[in-house]
Design a protein around this ligand. Structure first.
Ligand code: ADP
Ligand code: MG
Length: 896
């Protein structure tokens, strides 16, 4: 009973204690059956008392409490220790989930029975455990961050601001080891030396949470300065100080700023206008040149459109150009005349508009670059006009112009060159030595002036011949170099002149001049020679007259005379060439005269040669017929000589008229109406060289004795004397044609005038004249004139000498020509003396006094022949002839 009572008591006691405890508490007997449990136990574990009390603890809640760790505590630990605290057990309960519990166990022995009671207080630490785990985790995380951070991190205690922790980044940044940092203040390792007191920092942190020090210089252990940003954060018991090395980013920033500045300077320095607009045409930026043109500052331009600065139409055109560039998706070029709003100045801008895309390829706007090309345009314009002028000059001049490259390709030809060398395609860049030569040359010609200019850079000139379809043409080429700025030859200009005609004109002129001087020479020689012949013949005749025919002297003298006469033929031809022949022209019909000659010509050329006579109507000509005979004979003989064996000679006549224009193109031709006499043969012909000399006297290609070289010279002289001209056409191996053009005779012409001077004075026939003249020079002159006219002259420079001379030759002297006033004896007395010897002597007196004066002096008688000094050659010749023909000698006795 007592036990009962005691048990009851002790249970109630236990329950009362148990229920005072807030924590779940359970009381077990020594068999580990539940004696009692607190209210909180039931609440916590969601069990009912009737299912609990008396139950084995392991069987509670459907054996949920059979926990190995619990068994260990109850069965192993407690029997030994009797008390054990903070025994941690974790278990999954179906009713309340996973729980962590701290068990505090007490083994109590009651009374004598040594009854054991176990008290088990259960503290649910699930929540606390979870928090603790989290903390560990975050601390771990923080530690890792701390260890691996790029920023240097210091943890400072709040009381003294001494360093408690320093991370490796600090060491890397400042060179202080961890040990050198711990326990130090920040200023000891070169950081924030004037940070202020601990309280100040804490206060500040309380106020703002984070203190941020920007761009702070920190000194490292080795002395170098590190640029940093520093953050200080309140971390409960500590202050965290982050130190970030910004040297690199500062450097980068500096570089960036520098490159930005540089770019900006670049954009502003560029002498072109540069601007950008967004895709709505609103200005985003522009450079200073743009500012200057628009008369506004960039800040004012940005945000505006073109419409703000230029008139509506222009602005619209800008927008249109922008649109085109955007549509084209590439840079587009425009030329825009812009009139600016500020002062209305107008410039021509060349603009290039380029669409701008961002890195995702999205259109963000348009970039414009503009250049003032007004001046350039003006220069281009004037260049164009001057080029056009140049071009029209080049196309209109009569000179050929060629532009040749250093490789001798033809770059340009003007119209003259195209005309002279048709069919050259300049586009093909043909080589000049190929197209200008026929046949084409393989390499540049050594003698080409362009070739030389390309080698030495100087101006060269030469004359070149080319064989062209129109014949051989001669071109004068002047080549001048064109240099570039560095002094290299970039091209050569050839100025080309066709001088074919001029050359032939020149050679004609030279030919004519040559003929003229040869003519003078030949004339002079023939004259003198003729005079000598007169003397030879004169004295020869004297000898014949003075000797008997049987005498050998008589015979010799006759041989002399015969040789003299033959020589006279040569001199006669020479005189004909020199146009000094005495002629008797008359108006005649060429056809008639030629026809009269035909028989003789046939005989001259022989039977193998066919002489064809082809007369046509002709104009009358005024010519000495014997000269015409001479022409025909000489030309036919030449033609005969040119024909080897059988051949043909054509003699044709006709009428030809040449005008000035024709003659300017045909050297040697004279304008007017001409009667043509043409003699052509199919003989051997002549080359150019021979042709140039044939009219020279004594030029012959024939063997010695065959040709005299005087035939054509004579023809030439005759034709010239008659104001005509000769034209020769000859091809080697084919034949020759001589065309003689004689001027048409018109009746109105004063015929006598033309020939009077040289031709109407009959010549002497070798009559002998005794000239008496005390004036030596006059004596010589008179002698010469009379010689020239075919007289034989005997001279005396005093009357006495004349008388002596006459005494020996009275028979042969035909005429006395004497001065009137002379020392010893006057002319009349002399005449009388001589007339006494030969009464047939003809007398002619000459004097400086007029005949009337002399008459008055009583020197000259009426009817005496007289010529007044000074006299002309012709006067004297005419007077002498007149006296010779008169019967004067018979009346000589009248002189008294
Ligand atoms: P020559 O007959 O005495 O040689 P010319 O004065 O008559 O002298 O002629 C000069 C030269 O002109 C000749 O030697 C000859 O070479 C050339 N010649 C003249 N006529 C002809 C012709 N019809 N055909 C070819 N050659 C000619
Ligand atoms: Mg001849």
């Amino acid at each position: 009973m007592v036990d009962e009572k005691n048990t009851q008591e002790s249970r109630e006691f236990a329950e009362s204690i148990i229920n005072t405890v807030r924590e779940p508490l359970i009381c077990l007997d020594q068999d580990l059956r539940v004696v009692a449990a607190s209210r909180s136990f039931y609440q916590f574990f969601k069990v009912k008392p009737e299912e609990t009390v008396g139950q084995l603890i392991y069987d509670l809640g459907n054996k949920q409490w059979d926990i190995p760790k619990l068994r260990e505590l109850l069965e192993t630990i407690l029997p030994e220790k009797a008390t054990f605290d903070d025994y941690e057990v974790e278990h999954d309960f179906t009713s309340i989930g996973r729980r962590t519990m701290l068990l505090n166990a007490r083994q109590v022995v009651r009374g004598l029975g040594k009854e054991r009671i176990i008290l088990l207080a259960i503290e649910d630490t699930t929540e606390r455990k979870r928090q603790g785990d989290l903390l560990i985790e975050s601390e771990e995380r923080f530690r890792r961050l701390f260890e691996t951070a790029n920023d240097g991190i210091l943890l400072l205690d709040k009381r003294e601001m001494k360093i408690r922790h320093a991370n490796p980044a600090i060491t890397a940044m400042l060179g202080y080891s961890n040990d050198e940092c711990i326990g130090q203040e920040m200023k000891d390792i070169g950081i924030l030396r004037d940070i202020g007191t601990c309280e100040e920092v804490i206060q500040m942190l309380n106020k703002v949470g984070v203190i941020n020090y920007k761009d702070v210089s920190v000194q490292a252990k080795a002395g170098q300065v590190v640029d940093t940003d520093i953050y200080m954060v309140d971390r409960a018991s500590l202050i965290q100080c982050n130190i970030r090395d910004i040297s690199d980013s500062k450097q980068t920033e500096k570089k960036l700023r520098k490159s930005e500045d540089y770019l900006r300077t670049l954009v502003h320095t560029i002498p072109d206008l540069i601007w950008s607009k967004n895709k709505d045409g609103i200005y985003l930026s522009c450079n200073s040149i743009f500012e200057r043109f628009f008369g506004a500052k960039e800040k004012d331009i940005i945000g505006k459109t073109d419409h703000f600065y230029v008139d509506q139409i222009l602005a619209d055109s800008f927008v249109e150009n922008d649109r085109r560039a955007i549509a084209a998706m590439k840079p587009t070029r425009n030329e825009e005349w812009v009139t600016f709003a500020d002062d209305g100045h107008r410039v021509l801008l060349e603009t290039i508009k380029t669409p701008m895309y961002n890195d995702k390829g999205k259109l963000i706007g348009i970039l414009g670059i503009g250049r003032d090309i007004t001046a350039r345009k003006q220069i281009e314009e004037s260049l164009r006009t001057s080029q056009a002028k140049m071009q029209s000059i080049l196309e209109n001049i009569e000179t050929g112009v060629v532009l040749v490259s250093p490789k001798m390709e033809i770059l340009e030809l003007n119209h003259k060159m195209h005309e002279w060398f048709p069919g050259i395609d300049v586009e093909q860049r043909p080589l000049c030595y190929q197209v200008f030569n026929n046949p084409p040359h393989e390499v540049g010609c050594e003698s080409c002036p362009t070739w030389q200019t390309l080698r030495d850079g100087l101006i060269h000139e030469s004359i070149r011949e080319t064989h062209q379809t129109k014949g051989v043409r001669s071109y004068r080429i002047v080549s001048s170099p064109i240099f570039n700025e560095s002094g290299e030859i970039v091209a050569v200009v050839e100025m080309v002149e066709d001088i074919t005609e001029r050359l032939s004109l020149e050679s004609q002129l030279i030919q004519a001049q040559k003929m003229e001087s040869i003519g003078r020479l030949a004339g002079g020689v023939a004259h003198d020679f003729n005079n000598m012949l007169s003397v030879i013949l004169g004295y020869g005749q004297m000898i014949v007259g003075m000797t008997q025919p049987e005498s050998p002297l008589h015979e010799y003298a006759q041989q002399i005379i015969a040789a003299g006469v033959r020589s006279t033929n040569v001199t006669r031809q020479l005189l004909a060439f020199a146009r000094k022949q005495v002629i008797l022209p008359k108006v005649l019909d060429l056809n008639e005269t030629a026809e009269d000659m035909l028989k003789m010509l046939h005989r001259l050329i022989g039977e193998d040669i066919n002489l064809v006579w082809l007369p046509a109507s002709v104009w009358p000509v005024d010519i000495d017929p014997s000269q015409l005979d001479q022409i025909l004979a000489n030309l036919c003989v030449n033609a005969r000589d040119a024909i080897d064996g059988v051949g043909k000679i054509n003699i044709e006549t006709g009428m030809k008229t040449f005008d000035e224009a024709y003659c300017s193109q045909h050297p040697g031709f004279i304008p007017g109406d001409f009667t043509l006499l043409s003699i052509s043969d199919d003989g051997c012909g002549m080359d150019k060289d021979v042709q140039s000399k044939i009219f020279e006297p004594f030029f012959t290609t024939k063997e010695l004795g065959k040709g005299t070289g005087l035939g054509l010279a004579t023809v030439y002289g005759i034709v010239k004397q008659n104001n005509g001209f000769v034209n020769v056409y000859s091809e080697q191996g084919k034949g020759t044609t001589f065309r003689i053009y004689l001027p048409r005779h018109s009746d109105q012409e004063n015929k006598s005038e033309k020939h009077k001077a040289t031709t109407t004075i009959p010549r002497g026939q070798g009559e002998i004249v005794l000239v008496v003249e005390d004036e030596e020079l006059l004596l010589k002159l008179t002698t010469k004139i009379l010689h020239d006219f075919g007289y034989v002259v005997v001279t005396a420079n005093s009357p006495k000498e004349a008388v002596n001379l006459f005494k020996g030759h009275a028979e042969t002297i035909d005429l006395l020509l004497t001065d009137v006033i002379m020392p010893e004896m006057n002319g009349r007395d002399l005449a009388n003396v001589l007339l006494n010897i030969d009464p047939n002597l003809k007398c002619l007196f000459m004097s400086g006094y007029a005949s009337t004066v002399i008459n008055d002096l009583g020197v000259l008688a009426e009817g005496m022949q007289f010529i007044q000094k000074p006299f002309s050659t012709n006067d004297l010749a005419a007077k002498v002839h007149e006296v010779m023909k008169s019967e004067q000698g018979k009346s000589a006795h009248m002189i008294n």
